[in-house]
Design a protein around this ligand. Structure first.
Ligand SMILES: C[S@@+](CC[C@H](N)C(=O)[O-])C[C@H]1O[C@@H](n2cnc3c(N)ncnc32)[C@H](O)[C@@H]1O
Length: 314
């Protein structure tokens, strides 16, 4: 049965319901539901209220906007309307729309997201681009993604390089479960292994010492001074473990830069995502370690320093 037919059946079922149940399942006009949702989200200060209400409506009704028009669906059952209203209310409390929908696009692929993982950001695609650039034409590249979260970076690299082998780590067991599901969902389970553990520690069991071509990471990098400026969608809903980078936001970056030379092959690359005001202190720290050659900084599409790369001396 099509979703449209299901909705029409829901509506006719509502009409057959016992009088007591009729109140709950009384048909509701889709256009009115949409207008109410937009007004509610606008009042809550949500910027893209129309677009988001459309997505939430599609999610709640289990049918696309196109199908609503094509099937001429004007009303839906009360249960479906209630489900839509519940989603609007949660979004009005600033719960990220991606957690409500359960997915986010990244590098043209679809990833499951839950409140256990950071929602992949478009600027992180630059990290993937940089990893692919330094891999060049090298066959069977060995790539490690530390702090993998949803697994978006590891999976995107695996999908772009069909001969690459990848290992990913995260401290959060719940995030590891999500990452493993994303690995399967994107059909790269033969080449991506996800470990639970602290930074690079899980690599010991993979026997990778001195052989990694690229070590990529988007570690937590919100500095203490930034917390008061964080939007509620982020500060109140995304995992603190994924965000909190210590006093200057670079705690994990320094640890990774210290640990990476043991795992990278000579000439291998360390590639780290950074936040505001972090490129200079991190580049200086990496340079001062003496383990790496040139340190490079790349800017994202908004002109903000976003990626620091360094090649292991060999
Ligand atoms: C900024 S999120 C990045 C997630 C994902 N790579 C992305 O780019 O969307 C940082 C991730 O690091 C993980 N994390 C925090 N501390 C860690 C540690 N000591 N060892 C491993 N993972 C850690 C968090 O659980 C979170 O998933």
């Amino acid at each position: 049965m099509s979703a449209g037919a299901a909705m029409r059946e829901d509506r006719s079922a509502a009409c057959r319901d016992a009088p007591g149940a009729l109140i709950l399942t009384e048909p509701v006009r889709v256009a009115q539901l949409w207008r109410d949702g937009v007004a509610q989200l606008r009042a809550a200060g949500i910027e893209h209220a129309q677009r988001e209400v459309t997505w939430l409506l599609e999610e709640a009704l289990g049918v696309s906007r196109l199908a609503i028009h094509a099937d001429g669906i004007e009303s839906v059952g009360g249960h479906a309307a209630e489900q839509a209203r519940r989603l609007f209310a949660r979004r009005a409390q600033h719960e990220p729309v991606q957690y409500l929908l359960g997915t986010q696009e990244f590098c043209g692929l679809t990833f499951e997201v839950t409140p256990a993982v950071l929602i992949p950001r478009p600027e992180t695609e630059l990290l993937v681009e940089e990893a692919l650039r330094v891999c060049g034409s090298q066959p069977s590249a060995r790539v490690v993604d530390v702090c993998t979260g949803s697994g978006c970076i590891a999976v995107a690299i695996a999908r772009a390089r069909h001969d690459a082998m990848l290992w990913a780590t995260d401290l959060s067991q719940q995030a590891v479960y999500v990452a493993r599901r994303n690995v399967s969902r994107n059909r790269v389970e033969a080449r991506v292994t996800v470990f639970q553990g602290d930074l690079l520690a899980p690599l010991a069991s993979a026997g990778l010492a001195g052989s990694v071509d690229v070590l990529v990471s988007n570690p937590p990098y919100i500095a203490a001074w930034e917390w008061p400026t964080m939007p509620p969608d982020v500060a109140e809903f995304e995992p603190r473990l994924a965000l909190d980078g210590g006093p200057d936001g670079l705690r994990a970056h320094r640890q990774i830069a210290d640990l990476a030379p043991r795992w990278l092959r000579p000439g291998g690359w360390l590639i780290l995502e950074i936040g505001q005001k972090q490129s200079v202190p991190l580049a200086e720290y990496i340079q001062a370690s003496g383990a790496y050659g040139d340190v490079q900084v790349r800017q994202d599409f908004r002109g903000i320093d976003r990626v620091v790369s360094a090649q292991r001396k060999g």
